[in-house]
Design a protein around this ligand. Sequence first.
Ligand code: SF4
Length: 403
Amino acid sequence: MTISNRDIKTIYFCQRKGKLDICSSKKTNSTVLFSTDVFGCELVVEPDEILSTSPVVVKMKKSGKKLNNYHFIEGAFIGYVIESAGYNVGDIIFESPHYSTSMNWRVYVTKMLSFLSSFCEHCGNDEFGIVKNQLCRTCKYSSDCFRETLQTDSTAFIRGLKGGTSEKLRELGIESLNDIVSMKEVLERELGREKAGRIFYQAQSILGNKCIPFKPLPKLSNGMYLDIESYTPIDFDYLFGILDDNTYVPFLARDPLEERETFESTIAYLMKDNRPVYHYHSYELERFRKLAKKYKINLPNHLFGRFIDVYKIYSECIALPLPSYSLKTIARYFGFNWRTNLNGFVVIDSYKDYIDTNDENILSEILRYNEDDVRATAFLVERVNQMREMMNINDSYISDTPG
Ligand code: SF4
């Protein structure tokens, strides 16, 4: 098995995914300059830039605001492999738009080796369990993992069941999906009706492979749909996509200097009437707040009152037999198809490619992706209304006339 420094982040969060990714990748040795063997695995370094060869100085380009724990393991991995390959190691630089640092990698070598030893040892035994983590949402293996948890009656993908809650239930003998369903009263007593209900209906939904609306659904009136694309390395919101009356209206900043004007145009468009503004999850609201503060723009008081988070409706009222409640996972479940293969992470790399190449085809693909996101949000709003109609639910807890 060949492990690259680029696999470290994945292994750090999910050894299972790390192994699957490594086994399915076709690493070629033609471009590898630095490699060594350890624990029966080949370790290779794939630097973003080599600034010097004697001593070896390499640069790794990152996008986040600060270094994370796995960066130190990656730094130690790089230093260790280069030195073991017989070279003098100079600086190992980690750089993002927010920091640039020469890694003190030697102090992390012991930790890195113990991390790798545990991974390589378990790889041979095929012992990686399924533990829900931050990579699951966009992971290509999520359907397989989800099926496996169903076969083993595991609660790994039950939302809201982690850390202390999971521990508490285990102490009460609630360890499987079937336990959850058969011990509803115990759940309610321990977690309260609200939380217990969400967990109970989700387990029921997974076991029965069906969608279960378990709370009154709101009637959602005709509105606009909003989705923002950001280039996170420089905190730049470059695209505000709106779907209005089935027409896609993109507000595009071609340069960070245009961000303010584009944001103001988006606000002006949204303020042309008082309809709800549907978005998926809290990101749009957060970015509006942040941009308003950044540019000292007084947003009209009632604008945020018109924002309706579609994720919240699904999360609080509808149990689905799915590994995640991301827009893509839910909309695909109901039959919506995206025209591109982009996702929230890949689109950031695509935008970087666009900046580097000025290739308008890349930008067109990003626009198509953003358009599909707002169309998917509209599709899910429509599904809520259909479910509501089918169930003849008349209660409403979101006002039809927000603001
Ligand atoms: S779905 Fe989650 S648990 Fe399964 S391999 Fe992917 S990241 Fe790991």
